[in-house]
Design a protein. Structure first.
Length: 75
């Protein structure tokens, strides 16, 4: 665990964040308050999905979208 004063942490902000990836970092204020810097990796976006392998050509996909939007039943 690494401890920084508030003013030291402010000067070395990037280093504090890098160090917090591997260990707990405490920042102490002159008033005696202490704050812990914790690394938290967020999950990926729900829109970040793997691609799908298909033999459909772009033309086929566009036709399917157009058909679905036409409102007609397609056999």
């Amino acid at each position: 665990m690494k401890v920084y004063s508030y003013s030291e942490a402010r000067k070395k902000f990037a280093k504090v964040f890098d160090l917090a990836r591997t260990e707990e970092v405490i920042i102490k204020k002159r008033s005696g308050e202490q704050f812990a810097v914790v690394y938290k990796q967020l999950s990926n976006s729900p829109f970040d999905v793997k691609g799908v392998k298909t033999r459909a050509a772009t033309k086929d996909i566009l036709e399917a979208v157009e058909d679905s939007r036409s409102g007609e039943d397609v056999p």
